[in-house]
Design a protein around this ligand. Structure first.
Ligand code: GLV
Ligand code: MN
Ligand code: MN
Length: 477
């Protein structure tokens, strides 16, 4: 080929190449065709920032089946050791095991892959199309304190399963995996330890060790109880339960408010900014007991009266804090031997105190301790135990998760309000290993921890919609 011809060929090639890029360059100005193809293929926007995945991103219906959700809540409430409408469901009892089975089955029906850890935290996972990214998690608990209601915790578990169903019907494809967690023993009923499952997930080594020597009121060890429910089969070492920080990019919990604010103000969604700092204390007084008729009053050292006096001191110290946010409760008071004609020789009490201000809560604990010593001295009984079971700091919600919940509520035309949580939740401990957010729905008169607890189907539907949309946003971020 002559030089001229070769030059002409090269020039023609470059010219044709240049022409062929013009349409692509024009498209790039407005829209990247590769991205467009990926969007058409997958049905979701590519590389959108956190909150730009919106209700209109997909065209299928975004709807909650609140009737089925209510039916499931009613069915789950039948796994109870108290007559309806009360619910009692205590860790690792037969009813707890049946209720867990019910949840695992629903997780399976929702297409989630289910796993359980050594203490029975249950995980239902929907793999995202980038499964190696930290997942987005949601969940709550299904254990119920004696004679309580059927919505506490349950709305955040069954509601989460329904939120996954909403997303599936919506043809949503998660980028980050979505995971539902059913936490073991949020309530301290059986072993006196609240949020047992989430504390362990957050890597609480002290608790993992203490559980080796922990027994319930019937002297059944934690491990025997766990084994009777099919958990902790082969190990006494619970470190397998610990999750690494960074396992989740976000954790979000849906819960009934357990207070009256949302209902009174007619607000659909409460967005939690912080969870109050809880503490619990076990106290034992011992005296010499004796015959209720024969021992004269000046000669008594009544352990029961010491406990009752301390209960009143708890109230006094809490009120002295001067803040409406400081609360204290003596929820357990057991007298031994528990006979009308016997002076109590032993008194066991459990004290719950909380505040959004940790320092103020700690001052109350110190004052309770001082009073316990003074009362024991004055009444000539011994203070055989003053044990602070837990003294947890408060937790703050993550700004970006608050914003995602606010954006979701707004898109769904639901009113919302920022508020604090005075109750504790597994979220308090998940915040140690993951950015955390929580949302509340109204409940009737703020009732909770009693059989009258109630949330309407409409309010649950709102909560599930906001949860589902927030999960979608966080999954795509
Ligand atoms: C949880 O059940 C709490 O007591 O706050
Ligand atoms: Mn509760
Ligand atoms: Mn709860």
């Amino acid at each position: 080929m002559s030089l001229t011809l070769r030059f002409f060929h090269s020039f023609a090639f470059l010219f044709i190449f240049f022409l062929s890029t013009i349409p692509a360059l024009l498209v790039l100005e407005n829209e990247d065709s590769t991205i467009k193809t990926m969007q058409d293929f997958s049905g979701y926007p590519v590389d959108e920032p956190t909150h730009s995945f919106t209700l209109t991103s997909l065209s299928a219906p975004f709807s909650v089946d609140s009737q089925t959700l209510q039916k499931q809540i009613d069915e789950l409430s039948t796994f109870s050791d108290a007559p309806a409408p009360a619910v009692t469901r205590v860790l690792y009892t037969d009813k707890d095991v049946l209720a867990r089975r019910y949840i695992k089955n629903l997780m399976g029906l929702a297409g989630l892959s289910v796993r359980e850890d050594a203490v029975g935290n249950i995980f239902g996972r929907w793999d995202g199309y980038e499964p190696d990214l930290p997942a987005v998690a949601t969940g709550s608990h299904i254990d119920a304190i004696p004679y309580s209601g059927k919505y506490d915790g349950v709305v955040g578990v069954l509601g989460a399963i329904e939120a996954i169903n909403v997303l599936k019907r919506w043809a949503f494809k998660p980028k980050r995996s979505l995971e539902i967690i059913l936490f073991t023993s949020e309530e301290p009923t059986r072993f006196g330890i609240s949020c047992l499952g989430s504390r362990l997930l957050a890597g609480d080594e002290t608790l993992a060790k203490a559980l080796k020597a922990t027994v319930d009121g019937q002297n059944i060890s934690f491990f025997d109880a766990a084994r009777s429910a099919g958990y902790a089969r082969y190990e006494d070492d619970l470190s397998s339960v610990f999750l690494k920080k960074g396992t989740y990019s976000a954790f979000i919990e849906l819960h009934i408010e357990q207070g009256p604010i949302l209902e009174v103000e007619g607000v659909a969604i409460g967005i939690v900014t912080a969870i109050a700092a809880p503490a619990s204390i076990k106290v034992d007084f011992e005296g010499s007991g004796g015959h209720a008729g024969a021992v004269l009053m000046p000669n008594r050292n009544d352990a029961g009266l010491a406990a009752v006096e301390l209960a009143l001191a708890v109230e006094k110290h809490v009120l002295e804090s001067g803040s409406i946010d400081t609360v204290g409760t003596v929820g357990i008071l057991d007298l031994h031997p528990g006979a009308i004609n016997s002076i109590p020789s032993k008194a066991h009490m459990e004290i719950d105190t909380r505040d959004i201000d940790e320092k103020r809560r700690n001052t109350v604990i110190q004052k309770i301790h001082q009073s316990a010593n003074t009362i024991a001295k004055n009444r000539r009984v011994s203070l055989s135990e003053f044990k602070i079971v837990n003294q947890d700091p408060p937790a703050l919600s993550e700004k970006s998760i608050i914003e995602a919940m606010e954006a979701a509520s707004k898109e769904l035309n639901l009113t919302n309000k920022l508020m604090i949580s005075r109750a504790y939740h597994d979220s308090l401990f998940m915040a140690r290993i993951s950015p955390m957010g929580m949302m509340f729905i109204p409940c009737y008169k703020g009732y909770s921890h009693k059989p009258e607890e109630y949330a309407s189907q409409d309010d649950m539907e709102n909560g599930v919609m906001v949860l589902a949309l927030t999960l979608a946003k966080l999954s795509m971020s």
